[in-house]
Design a protein around this ligand. Structure first.
Ligand SMILES: *Cc1c(COP(=O)(O)O)cnc(C)c1O
Length: 447
């Protein structure tokens, strides 16, 4: 992976190094300033201010270097400050920064749409709209599905997360912190039971039957515009559905004229050893949503899908001032090129082959680790108190905090906060992964 770790001027050594208390003095000073002027509604998992980053390492303002197992929630999937992407974005910044595609278009937007048509599942004619954020992609998918079907209903699954805008708040499973006190919420959103093999023990067919019969009873297929699913649930705790579950849902959608939408905002863009996690389940969604990893940290998101569905929106009905910004689009084109050139789908499989057995070993050692799951570079452990069977959120919080002290950034997830999720950059070496696992091992042992 020569290109990924090629050294631009700001390179950061690929090693963990802690030189101050965490947070260090400069971070503490910045945190004081931040608390004066930044809304308390915006929280941070760790009040450590980052100055530079490269590959799989972030370096804070005090010179501490952390192994980044979160990649900004699966955004810097290709790695931080990858030279070819930085160069593409910089060159674009100097050529043209903004015109507004809906006033005068530019090639980069079209190229991203071509690449999405090529790499999303399905070999039918596809079209795309580019927007700024994941939530905006979800909102647009719902708009398009409603216009196409002329139906109001939106079906979502338990443990889903779709964003923080008004409509997407109504689509999330978890109220706190995402929607508590922020209502009233959008109507016509229906939440059905999902497939969560570790907890429900159902096979794919049984779980799909439960979801479908719930929706048929509580809404009725003929009132549903779309069913929105995350093929692997992200914030919900990297929940991988049972085999056959998603294809059965899709079959039901197709039979009933319901648009099947795959929210691949967290699971897509080479995160799981495939361009889109849908591929692992043999799914060919009508609409696919991309965001997080698509432009290596520049804001960009997309709805891509069957041309006849995408074209049901009237001209002028889709778009927005910044959607498909040329600089973000240039970065996305470079991301797609890098995935091909450096075989980053293979890198996702390598990370699974290294990390999953290491997590299984931790499970054998610590009974609090009840489940190891995930695909590619999207892996998680769920922690349950072995004595009571209760979600062990306190252990998860404590282990993440101890890991941070040692220079490992690891994110939590799950409706009950009892999941540690691993979504490192595909640039991470096996050596750094195993170093991070050693830190987690010590954090678990220290409890
Ligand atoms: C992050 C996320 C979103 C929301 O994306 P934003 O860019 O934060 O608006 C939606 N769906 C999934 C699955 C996500 O992980």
């Amino acid at each position: 992976m020569t290109d990924i770790l090629a050294a631009p001027a700001t390179t950061v050594p690929q090693e963990r190094k802690i030189v101050t208390a965490i947070p260090g003095p400069r971070s503490q000073e910045l945190q004081r300033r931040r608390l004066e002027v930044v809304s308390d509604g915006v929280s941070s998992a760790l009040p450590v201010f980052i100055e530079r980053a490269h590959g799989a390492i972030v370096e804070d303002v005090d010179g501490n270097r952390f192994i980044d197992l979160g990649a900004g929630i699966g955004v810097t999937t290709i790695g931080h400050t990858v030279e070819s992407v930085v160069a593409a974005a910089t060159a674009q910044l100097q050529k043209v920064t903004h015109t507004l595609f809906t006033i005068t278009p530019y090639e980069e937007y079209v190229r991203v749409a071509e690449l999405l048509a090529q790499h999303t599942p399905g070999d039918f004619a596809k079209k795309t709209v580019l927007v700024n954020s994941g939530a905006e992609a979800v909102e647009n998918a719902v708009k398009i599905a409603r216009k196409h079907t002329r139906r109001p209903g939106v079906a979502v699954l338990e443990h889903a997360y779709h964003g923080r805008t008004n409509l997407t708040m109504a689509m999330n499973f978890k109220a706190s912190p995402y929607s508590t006190g922020f209502g009233p919420f959008a109507g016509d959103v229906y939440r059905a039971p999902n497939s969560y093999p570790f907890h429900d023990g159902l096979d794919g067919q049984a779980a799909a039957q439960r979801t479908i019969s719930y929706l048929e009873k509580t809404v009725g297929a003929s009132d549903l515009a779309c069913l929105v699913v995350e093929p692997i649930q992200g914030e919900g705790g990297f929940v991988v559905p049972a085999d056959g579950y998603l294809p059965a849902l899709q079959e039901w959608c197709t039979a009933n004229g319901i648009v099947f939408v795959a929210d691949e905002i967290q699971s897509g863009m080479a995160r799981t050893g495939a361009y889109y996690a849908s591929e692992h389940f043999g799914l060919v969604p009508d609409l696919v949503l991309s965001a997080k990893g698509i432009a290596a940290g520049l804001p960009l998101a997309a709805v891509t899908g069957r041309a006849e569905i995408m074209d049901s929106a009237q001209p002028g009905g889709l778009g927005g001032t910044f959607g498909g910004n040329p600089v973000a689009a240039a970065a996305a084109i470079a991301v797609f090129e890098l995935i091909e050139r450096e075989d980053l789908l293979g890198a996702g499989r390598r990370i699974e082959a290294t990390l999953k057995p290491a997590l299984e070993q931790l499970r054998a050692k610590y009974p609090v680790i009840a489940d190891v799951r995930g695909i590619g570079a999207m892996l998680a452990i769920e922690l349950i108190d072995p004595a009571t069977g209760a979600p062990a959120a306190d252990v998860v919080t404590d282990v993440a905090a101890r890991a941070a002290q040692e220079g490992v950034l690891v994110l939590t997830a799950g409706t009950y906060g009892n999941v540690l999720r691993f979504l490192p950059s595909l640039a991470i070496s096996d050596e750094l992964l195993l170093d991070a696992i050693g830190v987690l091992d010590r954090a678990l042992a220290a409890r």
